[in-house]
Write a new protein. Structure first.
Length: 166
């Protein structure tokens, strides 16, 4: 757990994610002085941390760039025009007063659903039920780091306990 000073620094920071990333890299570099870890493994740890930051920044770009409002308004207007004009066209096209409304309902409903999916994809991160949970991604990443750390500790303990020749 972070100390009170670290929490205060974190609250003052403009970019908390980069601050925590800096702390993690600093602690890893500091720990490498005391632990004998092969350089390829060290570079892989830094590479995976970099990949995590790259993924976070890509998600941030998606969340920060809004869908153009005039285009969204135009889509809403076209959907309304479609809902008014397509029933007439479908009844004339099919020539049936039974099949026409059913076909019209399915056409309109499919386009309405497609519009709703597009709205959800416009802002995929948040607290809604259909949103992507960054907390879950982060917890999986932390669990993976714990697993790697634990397996490395077990290998070191086994080597020290049983000796280098076994």
């Amino acid at each position: 757990m972070p100390s009170k000073e670290q929490l205060q620094l974190l609250h003052k920071s403009n970019d908390t994610v980069s601050t925590v990333m800096y702390w993690i890299i600093w602690d890893l570099a500091d720990a490498m002085k005391d632990i004998d870890v092969a350089p390829p493994i060290q570079s892989r740890m830094y590479q995976e941390l970099s990949n995590g930051m790259l993924g976070f920044n890509n998600c941030l770009k998606i969340a920060d760039v809004p869908f153009p409002l005039p285009f969204a308004q135009l889509l809403g207007l076209l959907l309304m025009a479609f809902s008014l004009l397509i029933p007439i066209y479908v009844i004339v096209f099919t020539g049936s007063y039974v099949v026409g409304p059913i076909l019209c309902f399915f056409l309109f409903e499919s386009l309405w659903c497609l519009n709703e999916v597009a709205k959800e994809l416009e802002n995929p991160f948040g607290q809604d039920t259909n949103d992507i949970s960054l907390t879950d991604f982060h917890m999986r990443f932390v669990d993976a780091l714990d697993d790697v750390s634990w397996s490395e500790q077990q290998a070191m303990l086994r080597q020290n306990f049983f000796g280098a020749d076994e």
